[in-house]
Design a protein around this ligand. Structure first.
Ligand code: FAD
Length: 568
């Protein structure tokens, strides 16, 4: 519960941050989230309210810009308003009415806000796997692009596999276009990388069975620099990769800008089948299974073999090691046993598990020291142009076209759903957008067409274990900085040349983390640990040097290769 005084501060400050938001009662939105918070987190919320208590106008708020309290309040106002919150009895327009966000699925949806009060670890309605025995022939940790493939291929070979996944089981039937609930159920909470340029990079990834493949946009690219031909063939055949030539008017609109600059836009290949209704829900989970996640393509058939067991909401902390060989994994207080363990918890979590394991087992070798030293991020931002006619980029398959260069890649056309769109916008000095300018931009939601610009990077980020938490940091090289600036400038020029009347862009984020336990240094070229017998890595951590293209097809191909190496 918030006191009347606290509620008044919240409502007043949210209205300054997002004009119009007071009407949907952000104080009641905040109150609904309190039951899910630990006492220390609730203290932070109340301290932020204390910091904001004296703020009555924009100039007082400007002085707090950049503070943790400011960021927290900005997020709160955006979530409540652009997330379409409406407290019981609310009669006026909601945030979605104001910006005219009405994709067909969202119109049908009856929003149940009770998830706000549930801790992220609470089981969902579909988490109903029988636990089974605590041991297996192979334990796979993580069920995304890497783990989903390796677990399924092994189970199909007759191996007894136990798959452990930190998130829940969320099949297509559970996917509705309810942005905030999807973030709660399918996504890792946003994690930030601090950078030498003071421009944080948000790390975006899935946390559910199927991992990031459940929420990704399914662009399917082979990496020319890796020799994975037969494994690419296998994965592409299974996923049904096809070319997307079904460009919508927004793509044809921006294509004029590319042409004016002498650049070309080409159709992407993607793992989406012909049931794709171009509804734009990819990041909230595909409701029709047209998007081929490892859940619907690999794991569901493998479950039918009877050789695969899945335990959801099981977060592995470290690998158990006896006499230099693995005997299983630790999940909280539980030990699960197997002579072979495959780590596929993604490029941010796999190195943490490895670092913890080496610390506990007192392993200090050149390969253990290579873990977490060469994280690649493929940093990206969205650049949006506002056109005179509606673009409705929230109702298209988000990426049907791209322009690929050595230094950066541009994908078209897309827009995030309203909360993520508003949250990620920055001003010309890269500070979060707020106030009247933010409200004006988001009010024109349907008129913005977005380009995703991703700069090739040089594996200059690191992951270390801190005292309480992991520390992820990045020092940009001059080349990386120049590529990012060039990519942004190119995106702006394309949109202007296509006739955009206004241009805005977001802060940096990445969905392509990779290279944190690379083949050749941290593990061998078969994904095998040189330090711990029976331990393998089979996810994006393996990629030796940051790819200039979208990585998921390569991650799946590498995982298929590792599965083939595991001889039992
Ligand atoms: C929004 C978005 C859009 C993207 N679009 C594309 C695209 O169009 N094309 C493309 O090629 N790539 C895309 N990607 C990237 C691609 O999805 C990833 O590169 C790929 O999924 C990485 O595979 P992975 O197995 O390393 O990790 P993930 O697929 O992220 O899987 C890791 C899994 O491990 C689980 N896990 C983590 N820690 C633990 C633990 N301690 N214990 C148990 N389980 C754990 C996680 O919950 C997760 O399910 C996108 C990603 C995102 C987030």
């Amino acid at each position: 519960m918030l006191s009347a005084g606290e509620a008044e501060v919240v409502t007043r400050v949210c209205e300054l941050l997002v004009p119009g938001s007071a009407a949907v009662r952000p104080d009641r939105y905040l109150a609904a989230t309190l039951p899910a918070l630990r006492p220390a987190e609730e203290d932070v919320v109340r301290a932020a309210i204390g910091v904001m208590a004296g703020v009555t106008d924009e100039s007082a708020l400007t002085r707090l810009s950049g503070s943790a309290a400011f960021d927290r309040f900005r997020r709160l106002a955006i979530e409540a308003f652009y997330g379409d919150f409406a407290p019981p009895g609310h009669t006026g327009p909601t945030g979605h009415d104001v910006i005219d966000f009405r994709p067909p699925q969202a119109v049908r949806l009856r929003k149940d806000w009770s998830f706000l009060g549930h801790p992220e670890s609470a089981p969902g309605p579909w988490d109903r796997f029988p636990p089974g025995p605590d041991e297996a022939e192979v334990i796979v940790v993580g069920s995304g692009a890497g783990g989903g493939v390796v677990a399924a291929l092994l189970a199909e070979r007759g191996v007894d596999v136990l798959l452990l996944e930190a998130g829940g089981f969320e099949p297509a039937a559970a996917h509705t276009r309810f942005e905030l609930e999807a973030r709660h159920r399918l996504w890792w909470p946003a994690r930030l990388v601090s950078t030498s340029d003071d421009q944080p990079i948000a790390l975006l990834a899935g946390r559910c069975v199927g991992g990031s493949t459940v929420i990704n946009t399914k662009v399917a690219m082979r990496a020319p620099e890796l020799d994975l031909g037969p494994w690419y063939d296998l994965i592409e055949a299974r996923l049904g990769v096809r070319e997307r030539t079904d460009w919508t008017p927004s793509v044809h609109r921006v294509e004029k800008g590319f042409a004016a600059l002498g650049a070309s836009l080409r159709p992407v290949r993607s793992y989406t089948d012909h049931n794709c209704s171009r509804c734009g829900s990819c990041l909230q989970g595909c409701p029709t299974n047209a998007g081929k996640s490892t859940l619907n393509t690999f794991l569901m058939p493998a479950l039918a073999t009877g050789n695969l067991r899945i335990r959801t909401r099981h977060s592995v902390s470290h690998v158990l090691v006896e006499n230099d060989r693995t005997t299983g994994v630790a999940c909280g207080q539980t030990s699960l046993r197997a002579p072979t363990v495959v780590l596929a918890a993604g490029a941010i979590n796999t190195p943490q598990i490895l670092l913890r394991t080496c610390e506990i087992a007192e392993i200090d070798t050149s390969s253990s020291r290579a873990v977490g030293r060469t994280l690649g991020l493929h940093p990206a931002r969205l650049v949006y142009g506002r056109f005179p006619e509606p673009q409705d980029c929230h109702q298209v398959y988000p990426i049907t076209a791209h322009h690929v260069r050595d230094d950066f890649v541009v994908e078209a056309t897309t827009i995030q759903d309203p909360v993520s769109f508003a949250e990620s916008l920055v001003d010309a000095e890269h500070r979060p957008l707020w106030g009247k300018r933010l409200a004006d931009v988001v009010r024109g939601y349907r008129y913005w067409a977005g380009l995703l610009v991703m700069a090739t990077d040089e594996n200059t980020a690191t992951i270390e274990l801190g005292i309480d938490d992991v520390v992820i940091s990045k020092r940009f090289s001059e080349t990386e900085r120049r590529r990012l600036d060039d990519a942004l400038a190119f995106g702006i020029d394309v949109l202007r040349a296509a006739g955009a009347q206004d241009v805005v862009w977001t802060g940096l984020s990445t969905t392509h983390m990779q290279g944190s336990a690379p083949m050749g240094t941290a593990v061998d070229e078969h994904g095998r640990s040189p330090d711990i017998e029976g331990l393998y890595v089979a996810d994006s951590s393996l990629i030796p040097t940051s790819l200039s293209v979208n990585p998921s097809l390569t991650v799946m191909a590498l995982a298929a290769k590792v599965a083939g190496e595991i001889g039992l």
